[in-house]
Design a protein around this ligand. Sequence first.
Ligand code: IPE
Ligand code: IPE
Ligand code: MG
Length: 238
Amino acid sequence: MGDDSPNDIPRHLAVIMDGNGRWAKSRGLPRKAGHRAGAEAVREAVDYCNEAGVEFLTLYAFSSENWNRPKAEVDALMKLLERFLKTKAREIAKKGVRLTAIGRTDLLPDSCRDELNKVIEETKDNKALTLILALSYGSREEIADASRQIALKVQSGELSPDDIDNDTISKHLDTAEFPDPDLLIRTSGEFRLSNFLLWQLSYAEIFISSKNWPDFRKSDFQEAVENYSRRHRRFGRV
Ligand code: IPE
Ligand code: IPE
Ligand code: MG
């Protein structure tokens, strides 16, 4: 990919799946129904990426801040996650998808976390798409955790302060083994990052869709990727 030439398919696609509540509200349904419809839309996202040859798909499913929602909604989301992991994740695994997670997954309810760890273990050798679920994820917390780990290495003499560079930080984030996202999609027409991958999105292209997440189809992914492929990424150069 040249400095000023159009892009191929994004290697890493990241999505802020927003608008489940509004999708439900516009239909006179409870927010929970929107989250259920949102979970269905994940399958479409995975199929699109698998077929298009995207290597990594990161889905923002639950933020650190989402813990502050009413308990009933948080409970419903956790139940839905567990069901997703028990059923849909297994279907996805059959398609060769490797599932993994970033975020403070230790804060998830035990039953969710156990199911998550099981799926991660079961799919770890899969070679198609890598699906990364951001769960109880907050970018600032992730950077703070990385800083703490680096500080401990300095304290123990394993690392010299002079050797800390961008790469040191990247290697201590939850996303250490993944390339930075090339394209970020946010649905429901909101223009903000909401504490998602602040470090990793430094040079990502951004695509905002006015559609709510449950309405976001394969054709919408196609549109976003086509739009991306026509852009000129300059990375600060001329
Ligand atoms: C995104 O939809 C799902 C999560 C944040 C868990 P929202 O629940 O934020 O839906 P809106 O933004 O209220 O419509
Ligand atoms: C971002 O959506 C988090 C997820 C999609 C999981 P929010 O709905 O929580 O973000 P804000 O509150 O509108 O910034
Ligand atoms: Mg929202």
